[in-house]
Design a protein around this ligand. Structure first.
Ligand SMILES: NC(=O)c1ccc[n+]([C@@H]2O[C@H](COP(=O)([O-])OP(=O)(O)OC[C@H]3O[C@@H](n4cnc5c(N)ncnc54)[C@H](OP(=O)(O)O)[C@@H]3O)[C@@H](O)[C@H]2O)c1
Length: 329
């Protein structure tokens, strides 16, 4: 089968090679799938660079989430059978940017029939992260103001949709007019183009000086520092990631003075510490998708050959929503 492999660390376009390898065999609770679609995530970029918390041995195939058809199951698998259409997180080194990939049964779920393959592939990491951030970590309430950074990105688009579904007023911050249009189409009530506007001033303006109740921050660095200037009394800033490249430090005296919370989220850890919550979340997301209240924005459906270039564009911050490899494209 064909699979992209990372043999040395660096920028995606430079280190990814499309190679012929053998189809993996499942052991234990492993499930081998024919990949129907696999969505590109920023952690794929960080893994190519060797900068992610997970550092697979080289060589490995990236592609952390997918939708696939089960073709073989390990002897301990009980919930899935050959032919099932599933989604979930891959077991590296057998990631989704290949014709076949490996999932662990514990992080495999039925794919909603209401979503096509690329959308189903994109319902996992971004939407689970958005759900845990807004509901479990920040306890977002209807009527509150939610500020979403990188609102046209993968996890950002999910947070905008989930925020609206939860009855919040959503302010999306994006880089550039095309991304602004995307955030607006997704339902963001207010959109700020960070290239031309100061989001702190806009947030203060549209909240009558109060600030945002909940902030979803996948960018970090100076974006986080500016966020603390427009966080509401008893607001919650959820730390999602550092796509801007700088891991910030927090001024805790400022958090004390203004009565706000800084809340971390490592969604993947729930798969280890509280897997039942992940399954519950998947059921909630499926119900929302079936009801048409959320739907992953897949901006590009690409053939396998296009993956290295797509990952580089994700790394460069020029993609919107999810970009997915779709078998047969
Ligand atoms: N905590 C968790 O459990 C968890 C789970 C999943 C993902 N994440 C993290 O969430 C972040 C976003 O992941 P994603 O896959 O959804 O990516 P993404 O948001 O689609 O892409 C990153 C976005 O960040 C913005 N950005 C700002 N400065 C940037 C820079 N210097 N370089 C690149 N992008 C920059 C860009 O949007 P604008 O131009 O619109 O600002 C860009 O589109 C990553 O840091 C990822 O590791 C965390």
């Amino acid at each position: 089968m064909k699979a992209w492999r990372v043999g040395e660390l660096g920028e995606p376009r430079a280190v990814l090679t499309l190679t012929d390898v053998s189809v993996p065999e499942p052991v234990g609770r492993q499930i081998v799938v024919r990949v129907l679609a696999s969505a590109a995530n920023f952690p794929d970029v960080l893994m190519c660079r060797g900068l992610y918390q997970v550092r697979p041995d080289l060589p490995f195939t990236p592609g952390v989430e997918l939708c696939g058809e089960v073709v073989a199951v390990g002897p301990e698998v009980t919930r899935f059978a050959v032919g099932d259409r599933v989604l979930g997180g891959t077991s590296l080194p057998h990631g989704g940017f290949a014709e076949y990939a490996v999932l662990d049964e514990a992080v495999t779920f039925g794919a909603p029939a209401s979503l096509d393959d690329a959308q189903a592939a994109s319902l996992y990491i971004g939407y689970q992260t958005g759900w845990f951030a807004l509901h479990r970590r920040a306890a977002l309430q209807p009527g509150e103001t939610l500020l979403v950074h990188a609102a046209a990105g993968g996890v950002g688009t999910a947070a905008v949709q989930l925020g609206k579904a939860a009855g919040a007023r959503v302010i999306g911050v994006v880089g550039g007019p095309e991304k602004a249009a995307v955030a607006r189409d997704l339902g963001a009530d207010v959109v700020v183009d960070r290239h031309t506007e100061d989001f702190v001033a806009v947030v203060k303006d549209v909240t009558g000086g109060r600030g945002a109740d909940v902030v979803f921050d996948p960018v970090g660095g100076q974006t986080y520092q500016r966020t603390t200037k427009c966080i509401a009394f008893e607001g919650r800033i959820v730390i999602i990631g550092f796509a801007g490249g700088e891991i910030q430090s927090a001024a805790l005296n400022h958090a004390l003075i203004k009565n706000y919370s800084i809340v971390g989220l490592h969604w993947g850890l729930y798969n280890v510490k509280a897997p039942a919550l992940v399954a519950e979340c998947h059921a909630e997301l499926t119900a929302l998708a079936d009801a048409g209240r959320i739907g992953p924005l897949v901006s590009e459906r690409l053939p396998l050959e296009a993956v290295a270039d797509a990952l580089q564009r994700l790394a460069d911050g020029t993609t919107v929503g999810r970009v997915a490899y779709v078998a047969g494209e």
